[in-house]
Design a protein around this ligand. Structure first.
Ligand SMILES: NC(=O)c1ccc[n+]([C@@H]2O[C@H](COP(=O)([O-])OP(=O)(O)OC[C@H]3O[C@@H](n4cnc5c(N)ncnc54)[C@H](O)[C@@H]3O)[C@@H](O)[C@H]2O)c1
Length: 246
């Protein structure tokens, strides 16, 4: 349960982020949701409010440290506390190491890696004050194996493991846990729109459970890491991949 906890979710407008926000709300949490796209974010907000919980929503680019600081300050004013933060926002600019431009490489790292750092920097002072907090980062199985044509994405997700473990070491003495979930292929609008069926099938062929995940199947383990039951779990990297590339 996450009864009366306050959880911040980035990239909450669709896909896994929306599922995390909704699952946490169903478990009793109030949500501070941010995304780049106001239209999809608004739908998430309506769904959360329909479930009976409070939801504060803001258009915020996680790559912008000032915007993240402002959003967290607003959430603090509205809710008075922040128990959990989920670094979920992400996007991709595919490219091999030979072809990807430095600009694209930096843009992907700017959202996945620097974005997570921006959120950790913004929420940790409040969590330290409270004497408790939970941070969950979304990595990927590409972070441990690399992925052909995914130079920036794989590098960003691998670097998130180092950031997670470092933050876990530094914030642990303040009773703040920091963990990372590595999803496998998950049925989200982005995957359904941009990943060719033949590549999806290649991944599924390498997945013992023989199918892709539904977003709620990633949200469940994230909510466990946000909960009191996970009080002694920190610095952990958890594959939620149906066994793909275990
Ligand atoms: N879907 C998968 O198969 C899969 C697999 C492994 C890991 N992941 C990771 O899970 C997370 C969510 O994936 P998804 O498939 O739901 O993605 P998605 O593209 O469907 O949704 C991502 C959301 O993040 C938002 N976003 C993008 N850039 C942002 C920014 N700078 N600031 C704020 N919001 C921003 C987008 O607007 C979108 O609403 C990502 O970190 C992704 O890398 C996904």
């Amino acid at each position: 349960m996450l009864q009366d906890k306050v959880v911040l979710v980035t990239g909450a407008g669709q896909g896994i982020g929306r599922a995390i926000a909704l699952t946490a709300a169903k478990k009793g949490a109030d949500i501070a949701a941010c995304d780049l796209k106001p239209e999809t974010l608004e739908q998430t907000v309506l769904m959360i409010r329909n479930s009976g919980r409070r939801c504060l929503a803001g258009v915020c680019d996680v790559a912008d440290p000032a915007a993240v600081q402002d959003f967290v300050a607003w959430a603090r004013t509205e809710f008075g506390r922040l128990d959990g933060a989920v670094n979920n926002a992400g996007f991709d600019r595919p490219g091999t190491v030979q072809k990807i431009t430095v600009e694209d490489f930096k843009a992907v790292l700017g959202v996945h890696l620097v974005g997570a750092l921006n959120v950790i920097k913004a929420v940790s002072p409040l969590m330290i004050e409270q004497g408790a907090g939970r941070i969950v980062n979304l990595g990927s199985i590409y972070g441990k194996t690399g992925g052909k044509g995914e130079a920036a994405y794989s590098a960003a997700k691998a670097a998130l493991v180092g950031l997670t473990k470092t933050a876990a070491r530094e914030l642990g003495p303040h009773n703040i846990t920091v963990n990372l979930i590595q999803p496998g292929l998950t049925r989200t609008p982005t995957i359904e729109t941009f990943m060719a069926e033949k590549y999806r099938q290649l991944l599924i062929n390498d997945t013992p459970l023989g199918r892709m995940a539904e977003p709620e199947e990633i949200a469940g383990p994230v909510c466990f890491l946000l909960s009191d039951e996970a009080s002694y779990v920190t610095g952990a990297v958890l594959d939620v991949s149906g066994g793909c590339w275990m």
